[in-house]
Design a protein around this ligand. Structure first.
Ligand code: ZN
Length: 316
């Protein structure tokens, strides 16, 4: 299940279109979502169509939870990927939808991978789509819209999801108010949109960024202070392994930035010009980065954080 924030970050156009239309009380009777993993977004749409608590889905109420668990009684859900959709499945939708709603909050049928349907099933489906009934919604997904019959496509509101990539999510973060530097850092550090969002809202992550920048600055310009500053600042504030691992990732980014500068590649820490004055050879930088990555690896089974940081200070 994706949170609303994730949906916004990953597919802002999809999110914004639904938000705007629902706000104007516009709901279509049929939707087709094209993309990899489209069901996750279909689920958001289904909940948004049914949820009684919020304009879009709340992910908390009974209905939203039942949709998550696939147990909402007025919902029929087929997946063409598991087995091709046959005429009988569509007839089952037809007969169930004709009965009155048990919940009274709208009925919905979801067909994943609609491209895997038999021609007979599609014919029956077209009959339902041609005579939309208020309160009955269809949500379809497909991997490739070109494989869905145009007569189906033309009766649906279409969403074509963009493939997820960190660059796109970085742009979305900036659009939502994150600074370019922080968006750069998050793109390089996070392994998923979930982690990206968690870190973007985490205040202590901002402190870690400052500690990492101080470390790089001390290393190049006040090396005699490095050990003491690490002891009195970093290790006082951060005593857990996860934070130290993030700190190590951040200083890798700092040294990478010096390498980037040498090679005229855009800076990750783009708000910190001091990096432009850090002098180092490419080979030495690569060795440092490798050293830090080894230390980070050792961190996972060495409990003594102070020793690990000592090793860091004296090995680079
Ligand atoms: Zn809800």
């Amino acid at each position: 299940m994706k949170t609303i924030e994730q949906i916004k970050l990953e597919q802002p156009i999809f999110y914004q279109t639904i938000y705007n239309e629902f706000k104007q009380n516009k709901r279509n009777h049929a939707y087709l979502i094209e993309g990899h993993d489209a069901y996750q977004y279909a689920e958001f749409l289904v909940k948004s169509l049914l949820c009684q608590d919020e304009l879009l889905c709340c992910n908390r109420c009974r209905i939203c939870q039942q949709v998550s668990e696939n147990s909402y009684i007025d919902m029929i859900h087929y997946n063409g990927k598991e087995e091709p959709i046959k005429k009988g499945a569509i007839e089952a939708i037809q007969s169930k939808l004709l009965k009155t709603s048990v919940e009274g909050h709208g009925k919905i049928y979801v067909i994943e991978s609609i491209e895997n349907s038999t021609p007979e099933a599609i014919n029956s489906l077209l009959k339902i789509l041609e005579e939309p009934v208020e309160g009955i919604y269809a949500v379809f997904t497909c991997e490739n819209i070109n494989r869905v019959l145009p007569t189906i496509v033309s009766r649906c509101q279409i969403f074509r999801l963009k493939p997820l990539n960190m660059g796109l999510m970085k742009d979305n973060l900036i659009e939502q108010g994150t600074t370019e530097e922080k968006a750069n850092i998050l793109t390089h550090i996070s392994s998923s949109s979930v982690q990206m969002l968690e870190l973007s809202k985490n205040d202590s992550f901002n402190d870690l960024i400052i500690e990492a920048l101080n470390f790089i600055e001390d290393y190049y310009f006040k090396k005699e202070n490095l050990a003491l500053n690490v002891q009195t600042n970093l290790l006082k504030k951060f005593k857990d392994r996860d934070s130290i691992a993030l700190f190590l990732d951040l200083i890798v980014l700092g040294f990478k930035d010096v390498l980037n500068k040498n090679n005229h590649i855009d800076q990750i820490f783009c708000d910190h010009d001091f990096i432009l004055n850090c002098q180092d050879e490419d080979e030495a930088l690569i060795e440092k980065i490798e050293n830090i990555l080894t230390i980070k690896n050792d961190l996972s089974y060495n409990a003594n954080i102070a020793l690990i940081i000592d090793r860091l200070v004296y090995s680079i």
